[in-house]
Design a protein around this ligand. Sequence first.
Ligand code: FE2
Length: 362
Amino acid sequence: MATIAVQLQTLRNIVGRSPLSLHLSRRGLVLGASATALAACAGGGDKFINLYTARHYDADRALYAGFQEATGIEVRALTGSAEQLLERLKAEGSETEADVFISADAGNLWKVKDAALFQNVTTPTLQEKVPSHLRDADGAYWGFTKRARIIVYRRDAVRPEEVATMDALGTPRFRGQIVMRSSSNVYQLSTLASRIERLGADNARAWAAAVHSNFAHDPQGSDTDQIKAVAAGEAQASLVNHYYYFRMLRSEDPADRAAIEKVGFVFPDQAGSGAHINISGGGITAHAKRRDLGVQFLEYLVSDAAQTMLAPLNTEFPIRPEIAPAPDLAAAGAFKEENIPLDALGRHQADASRLFEEVGWT
Ligand code: FE2
């Protein structure tokens, strides 16, 4: 039986104790014991929430500490991939100790909603703070950071106006000059799903086919690997989430710095529908034992305190337009965002996967 390893992190980690490692059965045979461990392992106060999070950024630990300082509520976080944590939620059912589930990409959050493992929550604070296109219409999940899909290009080979639109990536100008991440990645699925929502499946299939016909080689690697491939001259352009570009820009590794100097980027479709936007977000689990404390955490994530704390630590954009992003992100300037119902990224996910398969984009 396959097992997955999930790291249990609590605020103990922040003060330097080792994370516990839990080995979980995919079929849930040891989940009862694991859930007990989650509830029992953290020290400190008697007010706490259990968080399942697919985010694994250091900045998030500062958020947990800030929340505890503001409310006295401890965040006991279990990290894993979105898929692992969803499987765990399914296996645990009503016995789960998880109160809040957090993940990057609305496509991942939609899967939790689709499995009826979120409960809908709406509060005046959440409604006021989170723009309507960056949250689920029913209140199943709420964004707290924002990311854009950008086109990166090799500066010595491409003029930015040549890659001003997503359509440009499928034109003969870029024959043999495009590299892309695999279509199984949720960022790609959400990108194509947004096009299905705006322009229909036939248009989305034609775009995917045109871009695929320009590939320099079969899809491989991460978003960062696409940037490195463009920098190395393997291709002239690719599509990545913006924070991977900015992470390399901030890197202290001289190789990253040298690579990123060769690469420029654009927010696509600024004269049209705007750049594809996605979120990191969270919701209250269907069987939360500490629902009200969990709601306090969701509200904290979009508060002035959390948003201003996160902005300089993070390479994503704040969810709230009135909060300034980190200076290097601000320097990139304001940009036009795609504006579609967020759940479209989930609703069209299966179709996006099928269309990619039909055109041979593996
Ligand atoms: Fe990412």
